[in-house]
Design a protein around this ligand. Structure first.
Ligand code: FAQ
Length: 319
């Protein structure tokens, strides 16, 4: 890891000039300590979100209604695992240890996305997660694909391609249910009602209440604010809901001709902060599941370490 040159104004000015010129920052380049810390915070939270995000949908793998649905759900959940591992690798380029990051998740110290603390009550939830949650992730991550830190931006390009497939399969599943029996229609409408507002919360607090946005924007990590991305998601999703004759649970939704935006109602920020602080419907369940998986995987880590040590020893012997 590089020695941090935290407070050298000339170096910070040169760094910011690079960002202003649109240059990409790579792991071995000098960077302000604070830039490194912000990236570790945001990227590790993102990696944790992908890993915890496997749980709500994973809950339905054994109960998917057909082989085709089961195969695409299995592939999706595996993709999310891959995204998590990929972003942990990206975070490690900043000089942190993955075990430390995972330790922070398991101890409850680290955050992960609020959205994954809601339960998946019916099969329709799986389709709606693909449509809303992956849809929101694409809106957010397409911007992050232009972030100033190279390893993160490149990870986002690849991840967004897969998220696109997830969103399409989710929306197709929703559209199928919406064309189905009255029972299927009611089930998918109920899922839409429960996931809409938590999906809007994924974008984070309003810009005025977002302590990290100004710094992240100055350093080219965030290219758009939380509110602009949330609005973009609403604008994209309302017509999609109309196309399958589903109602979004917001009586205040109204198209504004002048701005070209769909105006929407008040987000319940008390609910958001309750979930972020660990008291959402499934926070405890999610952490318990991750801790159990970690404990059960101990033998795999031990075997991998033993294998690596053996490889190192034979390389030394051969030299
Ligand atoms: N949940 O100052 P800001 C996915 C925290 S991946 C929990 O605005 P920032 C794929 C925030 O950390 C979904 N905490 O923060 C998938 C901060 O706390 P801190 C994850 C939240 O960083 C699909 C505090 O509030 N995506 O869905 C949330 O500038 C399907 C103040 O907030 C990413 O992580 C929240 N929703 O902006 C997987 C993308 N929002 O750390 C499986 C990368 C805010 O100061 C199935 N991250 N907080 O203690 C980002 O773009 C940003 O970090 C934001 C938050 C926009 C999430």
């Amino acid at each position: 890891m590089q020695t941090p040159h935290t407070d050298d104004p000339a170096r910070v000015a040169a760094f910011e000039a690079r960002i202003a010129r649109g240059e990409v920052i790579e792991p071995k380049d000098w960077m302000p300590d604070r830039y490194r810390k912000q990236l570790v915070r945001m990227m590790s939270q993102h990696a944790h979100s992908e890993i915890v995000g496997m749980l709500p949908e994973g809950n339905w793998i054994t109960r998917a209604p057909s082989l085709r649905r089961k195969m695409s759900l299995l592939a999706k959940v595996q993709d999310e695992a891959g995204h998590g591992l990929y972003i942990y690798c990206g975070t490690e380029t900043l000089g942190v240890d993955r075990h430390e990051l995972v330790g922070d998740l398991l101890s409850g110290k680290a955050k992960y996305s609020s959205i994954f603390n809601y339960p998946t009550l019916t099969w329709a939830d799986v389709g709606v997660i693909g449509w809303f949650v992956d849809g929101a992730a694409i809106v957010n991550q397409t911007m992050l694909a232009k972030a100033s830190y190279g390893p993160y931006a490149r990870a986002m390009v690849r991840i967004c391609k897969e998220e696109n497939f997830h969103k399409r399969q989710g929306y197709e599943s929703v559209a199928t249910l919406a064309r189905g029996t009255p029972g299927q229609r009611a089930m998918v409408q109920d899922a839409v009602n429960r996931w809409w507002w938590p999906s809007l919360m994924m974008f984070g607090p309003n810009d005025k209440d977002s302590p990290n946005s100004a710094e992240l924007t100055r350093w080219g990590v965030k290219k758009k604010g939380n509110d602009e991305l949330r609005q973009r998601f609403v604008n994209l999703t309302v017509p999609q809901a109309q196309a399958v004759h589903l109602t979004l649970p917001d009586p205040a939704l109204k198209y504004n001709e002048a701005s070209g935006n769909w105006e929407f109602g008040q987000i319940d920020w008390d609910e958001f902060w309750t979930v972020v602080k660990g008291d959402g419907p499934c926070n405890r369940e999610r952490l318990a599941a991750r801790r159990k998986a970690h404990e059960e995987g101990a033998w795999v880590r031990a075997a991998a370490e033993a294998h690596a040590a053996k490889q190192r020893a034979s390389t030394v012997a051969a030299a």
